[in-house]
Structures are given as structure tokens and as C-alpha cells.
Design a protein around this ligand. Structure first.
Ligand SMILES: Nc1ncnc2c1ncn2[C@@H]1O[C@H](COP(=O)(O)OP(=O)(O)O)[C@@H](O)[C@H]1O
Ligand SMILES: [Mg+2]
Length: 303
């Protein structure tokens, strides 16, 4: 049967449906299964939903999530913009941008009001997914903006002109809760927090919740916590399961059903400068991010 034009199936993507290979919170914790629709409606018109991927801990899967969720959303017909907002620029490397030959980065956009975001957009290898690179200089922003009025609002102003050109903008934050992260949260509609399924994963989450609350109170009352994303989950250990249980006790309403398992495929794809959805299209890692993209749309986290 022909598919209706208003629906995009994941069968349009390069690989077939492998949801059954993806670990889920409901299955691991013996909760009623959550069905994620196979198809999603086309994006509605209007401005992009802006989502920050935040955790002040490094190595929890923020950059991996930004790249691969972005690529999976692009497969679903979304126009996606990724913003590398970490001076360590791993996202730029992960999508294959040669950062040593860059003409400009998000740093220039943050520091120089005369720059235009349109001049800094780069295409990625994924059709429908663009990005803005980062640079080590971005680390100097915090000091450089010390005396600037409304310094929490700069990124919001920077992205405003292109919001109508995208369906979703994902911001990959640096592992800190400083001024850059506050800029990202101020510019965002929602937040996704990747949490590694390891002991101490929840350490620091109270501080993060605190910052989100402060941003809601002071610069962005509409900011929402979209979800906590369990990452690096290892099916073979009871340890991962215990941690997942604690995460879902701490955030009963906010844990994504889709879990990202631990697999070396992610570091391999970073080295190749490609998302896992194209580097290893039929791997379980690719399936997990595809399911996450459909889950995000189905819970209204993005259009
Ligand atoms: N689910 C996963 N399984 C195994 N390795 C992963 C997974 N997600 C990310 N990685 C790897 O772990 C490292 C840190 O991930 P990254 O996304 O850069 O974290 P962050 O941006 O939070 O610092 C990278 O080498 C990445 O390839
Ligand atoms: Mg990172």
C-alpha cells in the first residue's frame, strides 16, 4: 500500500526496522512496553525547536547523541542544524569538518555582532543536516563577554535569523555549567541530558537541575526538560540495570524509553567523521538513535 505523503516511514531510511534490538527502559525494568510509532508525521511549518544536549560531566555521550540524533531526525525528513558549542570541537571532528582549516566558527558569531550566521553554515555528509563548527578560541568567550550586557542571550540572538530555515536545532554543550551552557539553555526550548549507566551517573544532576531552574526563572521561563537519556548501557551487567533503576526513580516522568547501548561502533564512526546511521547503518547503535528520534517526535520534544 502506498504511504500517505504526510508520513515518513523509517523504511525510507537506509536500513530496515530493528527496534527489537534496542534496549528500552520499559523492558529492562519490567514495565509495560512503550510502543514508539513506526512512522512520523511530516514536520509542521514554523520555527525550529531548539534543543540543548547538556551534562557537565564529560564522556557521557553528549556529542555522540547530538550527531546521531540529528542524523536520525534528518532521515525522518527534518531539516536539522547542529551547533558545536564546545571549545573541544568534538562534534566538528565527528561530522568530518577539518577544524584546522576553518574560516570561522561559533566563536566569531558569539564575539562579533557584525557577523552573520548564514556565512558560517556548513553542510554535513547527511542530506538535510547542516552544522556550525566550534573552535578552541570559544574557551575564551566567558572572559571576553564579562562586561557585555545581556551576555546570557547572545546565542539566542545569533540563531534567530535561521530558526525559520530548520525544523530542529541541536546544541552540543561543553562539559561545564558556565556561561556557554547558560547561553545554550537560554536559546533553547528543551533540554536532553545524556546519563551514562555507571555508578555516580546521578552525581551532579542536582546541580544541573538547579541551573535549569535558574535559567527558567531568569532568562527563559519556557525551557523544558525533555528527557534523560541513558547511555553506554551494558546488557551483560546487572550494574547497568541497577543504575537505570536509580535514574528512573530519580526522574520517573522524564527518562526516555530508548536506551543507548555501549558499543565500540560509536568511537569508530567518530574516527570516520560520520554518524553511525551512515557508518554502520544496520547496527544496533544506529537503530537506537533512530528509535530515539521517533520517540522524541512522539512525545512532542520536537516537531
Ligand atoms: N553508547 C556508547 N557506547 C560506547 N562508546 C560511546 C557511546 N557513546 C559515546 N561513546 C564514546 O565515548 C566517548 C565520549 O562520548 P562523547 O559523545 O564525546 O561524550 P561527551 O560529548 O559527553 O563528552 C567517545 O569516544 C564516544 O565515541
Ligand atoms: Mg562532547
Amino acid at each position: 500500500m502506498a504511504k500517505s505523503n504526510s508520513e515518513v516511514s523509517r523504511f525510507d531510511a537506509k536500513s530496515t526496522n530493528r527496534d527489537d534490538e534496542v534496549a528500552t527502559t520499559s523492558a529492562v525494568l519490567n514495565l509495560p512496553p512503550r510502543e514508539i510509532p513506526e512512522t512520523v508525521a511530516m514536520a509542521t511549518v514554523g520555527e525550529a525547536t531548539v534543543i540543548s544536549v547538556v551534562n557537565q560531566k564529560g564522556g557521557v555521550g553528549k556529542t555522540t547523541t547530538t550527531i546521531n540524533l540529528g542524523a536520525a531526525l534528518a532521515e525522518l525528513g527534518r531539516r536539522v542544524l547542529l551547533i558545536d558549542f564546545d571549545p573541544q570541537h568534538s562534534l566538528s571532528v565527528g561530522v568530518g569538518v577539518a577544524t584546522n582549516r576553518l574560516e570561522g566558527s561559533i566563536y566569531n558569531l558569539m564575539m562579533d555582532e557584525s557577523t552573520k550566521i548564514e556565512d558560517f553554515l556548513l553542510k554535513t555528509s547527511v542530506p538535510g543536516m547542516d552544522m556550525i563548527p566550534s573552535h578552541e578560541d570559544l574557551a575564551g568567550t566567558e572572559g571576553g563577554l564579562m562586561n557585555v550586557i545581556a551576555r546570557e542571550q547572545i546565542l539566542k540572538r545569533v540563531i534567530e535569523p535561521v530558526k525559520a530555515d530548520y525544523d530542529v536545532i541541536l546544541i552540543d554543550c561543553q562539559p561545564s555549567l558556565g556561561l556557554l551552557t547558560i547561553n545554550a539553555l537560554t536559546a533553547s526550548d528543551g533540554v536532553i541530558v545524556p546519563l551514562e549507566c555507571e555508578y555516580f551517573a546521578l552525581r551532579g544532576v542536582a546541580l544541573l537541575s538547579d541551573i535549569i531552574g535558574k535559567v527558567q526563572k531568569n532568562t527563559n521561563p519556557d525551557l523544558k526538560l525533555i528527557g534523560i537519556l541513558p547511555t553506554m548501557f551494558d546488557r551483560k551487567t546487572t550494574h547497568s540495570r541497577d543504575v537505570l533503576e536509580r535514574i528512573s526513580e530519580a526522574f520517573p516522568e522524564h527518562v526516555f524509553d530508548t536506551i543507548i547501548g555501549r558499543t565500540v561502533r560509536f568511537s569508530e564512526s567518530t574516527v570516520k567523521g560520520e554518524p553511525i546511521t551512515s557508518y554502520a547503518s544496520s547496527s544496533s547503535g544506529a537503530s537506537a538513535y533512530r528509535r530515539l528520534a521517533r520517540e522524541l517526535i512522539s512525545i512532542g520534544g520536537t516537531k
